[in-house]
Design a protein around this ligand. Sequence first.
Ligand code: GTP
Ligand code: MG
Length: 371
Amino acid sequence: TESLTVAALAKKLHREPTEVVKKLFMVGVMATVNQELDKDTIELICEDYGVEVEEEILVDSTDLETYFDEEVEAGKMIERPAVVTIMGHVDHGKTTLLDSIRKTKVTAGEAGGITQHIGAYQIDNDGKKITFLDTPGHAAFTTMRARGAKVTDITILVVAADDGVMPQTVEAINHAKAAEVPIIIAVNKMDKQAANPDRVMQELTEHGLVSEAWGGDTIFVPVSALNGDGIDNLLEMIGLVSEVEELKADPTRRAMGTVIEAELDKGRGSVATLLVQDGTLRVGDPIVVGNTFGRVRAMVNDIGRRVKEAGPSTPVEITGLNDVPLAGDRFVVFEDEKTARSIGESRAQQALQAQRGEKTRVSLDNLFEQM
Ligand code: GTP
Ligand code: MG
């Protein structure tokens, strides 16, 4: 690639995009922040900042994040399922709610299939798929957010009606707000004598989440994860919010996404649960996952069945990596195994060097760090 957007260049130069826009204006180029700049213009600006440009500096092929920014043709974009995360305070019913949703929607058609558990699953809600992530605590979510990796489209905040807003409820609200993810409130345990949904609404108002009933725009759904009351309503609301979000992806592009969880299995080696966020992942694909690489050897879906491919918003478990990646790591598919290996190896090398505090490659980024 011989071009960068103004924003991407500004990032590499550690400057504000608006500053670069001004600079461009000074040299007679009218540009907006998202505008692509050609090589000559980039060189001109870099010169102005006293930075020498080497061609390979323009795009760092080992930075997996850059592949997520690759341009896609609007015509190839199709609707994709929403990815929903369930968060909330300890014991407020997250797991029970997930089980309840899975039970109402999966068991019927996929009898016997749900024993397998891969930390994420997909349901079919009246012809529309929804992907649920079973967050093993907030740790992975925090890592992902720290890296700017957006994985979730919608957060379901579970608040027990008999307990109200608690510390981890507030934590979850902050996570969702920082990630700019819409929140739907599931007021759970409505079957309990002590249930007090008004108190939940009152307490959440203090955190800027005002129910539609009270003139705000936050959706509150009373449910009982235990007996299944309100689950259909909750799913309907998820459907509505997904429609507003206009979630799209291009199934024809190279597959990319995020690691949900990963572990070393005695028999199968490195096993990673991936969420495909864009493109289509196929068995045999050369892949870089975090600082690991390989070829997708086998792929298993959320109900334990072997699959050959997985499209956008689909969670799958894969084997075939040389090492165990970390939850929150990004993955990207490459055209051939040689490229995947070379990128994977340099990423592992870079990680090792970063650990030791060394620097070998000179790029714009570390040039500035040295100044
Ligand atoms: P952690 O994973 O430990 O944070 O808890 P959790 O949020 O996943 O809660 P979990 O689903 O394990 O539920 C905690 C307890 O609340 C369990 O004993 C559930 O049976 C109970 N519970 C969950 N939902 C309901 C509900 O709707 N009604 C009633 N009465 N009990 C519920
Ligand atoms: Mg739980």
